[in-house]
Ligand binder design. Sequence first.
Ligand SMILES: *[C@@H]1O[C@H](CO)[C@@H](O)[C@H](O)[C@H]1NC(C)=O
Ligand SMILES: *[C@@H]1O[C@H](CO)[C@@H](O)[C@H](O)[C@H]1NC(C)=O
Ligand SMILES: *[C@@H]1O[C@H](CO)[C@@H](O)[C@H](O)[C@H]1NC(C)=O
Length: 806
Amino acid sequence: MVCYKLGESHFLLVLTCLWLWLWWSTRIHVIAAYHSLRPGDTLNSTTELCSENDKYCLGFSQFSSAHNSTYLRIYAKGKGDWNMWIGNRNQPLDMDSAVLSLSHSGVLKIESKDMEPIILYSSTQPSNNTVATLMNTSNFVLQRLQPGGTESTVLWQSFDYPTDKLLPGMKLGVNHKTGRNWSLVSSMGYANPALGAFRLEWEPRRRELLIKQRGQLCWTSGELGKNIGFMHNTHYMIVSNDDESYFTITTLNEELTRWELLKTGQLINRNGDDNVARADMCYGYNTDGGCQKWEDIPFCRNPGDAFELKEVYLNLNLKNFLANSSYSPSDCRDTCWKNCSCDGFTDYYDDGTGCIFVYLNLTEGADFASGGEKFYILVKNTHHKGTKKWIWISILIVAALFSICAFILYLALKKRKLRFEDKNRKEMEINKMEDLATSNRFYDARDPEDEFKKRQDLKVFSYTSVLLASNDFSTENKLGQGGFGPVYKGIQPNGQEVAIKRLSKTSSQGTAEFKNELMLIGELQHMNLVQLLGYCIHGEERILIYEYMHNKSLDFYLFDGTRSKLLDWKKRFNIIEGISQGLLYLHKYSRLKVIHRDLKASNILLDENMNPKISDFGLARMFTRQESTTNTSRIVGTYGYMSPEYAMEGVFSVKSDVYSFGVLLLEIVSGRRNTSFYDGDRFLNLIGHAWELWNEGACLKLIDPSLTESPDLDEVQRCIHIGLLCVEQNANNRPLMSQIISMLSNKNPITLPQRPAFYFGSETFDGIISSTEFCTDSTKAITTSREIESSEHQWGEEARNQLHFS
Ligand SMILES: *[C@@H]1O[C@H](CO)[C@@H](O)[C@H](O)[C@H]1NC(C)=O
Ligand SMILES: *[C@@H]1O[C@H](CO)[C@@H](O)[C@H](O)[C@H]1NC(C)=O
Ligand SMILES: *[C@@H]1O[C@H](CO)[C@@H](O)[C@H](O)[C@H]1NC(C)=O
């Protein structure tokens, strides 16, 4: 203001004044916005940084006037002794030269004369747009500002380096990504913030807070059941995810909520003036209030022994000095407790560190009286020691008496026993042998047929062995998706390959029923059925282990243009025969009368010699045991293979399998899927197509063009014929598997096919029943009515059997 009066002549002076004014105004600006450090800024013992809400400040200050050393502290404003954070706990700095600086290269560090600098953060990529701010929460945060945006990245924050205070927003726990652990460590002593003896940690697996003294567990909170809760006047929150698991306290009001781990081991809540933990009481045998009993307690210490503060006049020879500031009072107590000749302790230095130990057993020279020095003296619990001794003596006497009695009794009995034993031994052995021979887990032992069957025992696989074999059900090992769950390839430790079927969890069966059912299926032994090797039950998991089939399944070859060439007619006919034999066994010769219900090309597996093996058998029945035998509300099966009565009404019988077999037969002959067939606008599936060709007398047109070598046309024709018989609308008209096999194997006359199911073809063929003149000679003969009657009779019997077994 003075400057303006001077006029233009004093141009130089004006300029100087202007410069001074500019400098002053920027100073004002810096001071006004002094809650951040920008690159190039420094903070020394004469300046400080305060948060925007003016509650917290960051600066260098002494702990006590007795020391010239200084610490970089964040403290609550107006409450200078409330340290929220200390930047150099273990390394006091020279007061006059201490500086906190943020350099242009992005390094945040504390320096002072004759000291190694303390690097708080050093950037890997130097950057000028960083800023270190003291937040309203008392968190001192170094951030990189993204150019132009409001976005910023936190590079470093004081909350990640807790001292002995837990504030809302700070975490106790672990960051799984960086491996950083957040814990509180108590101070060494009064006005000495160096790392002390106690550490407060969060144990995420057991969900509890722990306090350890020099690594020894001394207190636990017990499991905190809820993720959000209230304890000791503090709201807390537990967070656990892939990145981090931690415990934090939250604040609901304006109060300065915080927990503090004191140098004594006490964990206190400054808001509610409440002890969260009294780890200062946790030593020796004490198990009160979360205390944990110490592991190795010397024999001279007994439950109830405790240190008490007493005043005593002591001769110098009863004291032992340990002038080591690395010892906090709890370390002194620990040392004294473990040394049988030690009777007490106190601190050595003003700040509470170092030890003086007391040895009273020298008897002379100790005088307990008020006004003496204050010591923590170990007061022994003599009462306890007495009772303890008595208990031991009583136990010993009782034990001795008991063993003498037992020995006498034993001798007396032994004589008698020896006499009986000889006599009974032979008898018992015979009984045992008989028991072994006749015992059977599932069947009546009197049935001689079952005697043979029980030897086909199933192996029980452990879940870990299954996981190992299937490489944890890895997708690379997945072979496919079966009707009841995914199938994986597995290799057992002995090198044997297996197929592992993991059943989807839809079965409502109990474990016992499941096992029993499995045992029954395990007994189905036929060369055209995939062999069940074992099973595994683990929790909800139901896993079946089958023999492994090298050549995948029939559909893999049949419906593929190039691979189908590998299946010449001989092989195909062999497959047809195999399937029919397998089905006959399931329907007729197995104890169970199993109806497959999901017979299809993908359920026909091929071994290394292209022999067919039916898979998934018996599961259909297993899964519906509790449902009605012939009528089910849940239709399992595959569209295109399902018989009309099953697909529409849920009625199933052996004839539903026969229908599926018929479809399969036509597919094997034609190399096409039943459902893949389209004929212009008409709904015409493979069955319909075959039926039309049949009626045109051109059924051989159905033959798969991949069959380059000319097949046995007679056989082909017979297969088509049988296929059409199998897919007839009326289940009663379909042949039984036994009849099919006899039709396949010899050239016996067979009945003529009738209009198949799902044929909604052109009107021209509607109502045509007989087609005597068409196609082939072998169709000319017609079965006698007697034969039909007998087959119907047989079907009726099978249905009854089915009712009986399911
Ligand atoms: C502290 O910093 C201020 C401004 O940067 C400076 O004026 C002052 O001399 C410094 N004090 C000491 C003791 O270095
Ligand atoms: C502190 O420093 C001053 C001057 O450097 C010195 O006179 C004094 O003895 C020091 N005090 C202590 C406790 O070291
Ligand atoms: C003080 O005690 C600590 C811990 O027991 C030890 O490592 C250190 O060497 C001791 N210092 C002195 C000076 O005896």
